[in-house]
Design a protein around this ligand. Structure first.
Ligand SMILES: [Zn+2]
Length: 89
């Protein structure tokens, strides 16, 4: 019986350890993305919020601003939104 408790406790600790590590890794990659955003290497897709490389070919020029998109679907959604006039500014 005691063996079972130890086994379960060890399993739980291992689980926590693995999950904690995963979380740390996620935080690290998020930090890297933030650094790239600050450096201007990454820009946010205004449709889905995904960060895309600033040299992405999928882009739309809007006045002085250039928006970049993760996919043509997002670009089309942006153009559609712009056309219908629901985009503020
Ligand atoms: Zn997108």
């Amino acid at each position: 019986m005691l063996k079972l408790v130890i086994f379960v406790a060890a399993g739980f600790l291992l689980y926590k350890l693995l999950m904690g590590d995963k979380k740390k890794k996620m935080e690290k990659s998020r930090q890297e993305t933030e650094d790239q955003v600050e450096a201007g290497d990454m820009v946010q897709d205004p449709i889905c919020g995904t960060y895309v490389s600033s040299d992405s070919r999928i882009r739309v020029k809007d006045g002085k601003q250039v928006h970049r998109f993760c996919s043509f679907e997002c670009r089309d959604a942006y153009l559609e939104r712009k056309k219908s006039g629901s985009e503020p500014s």
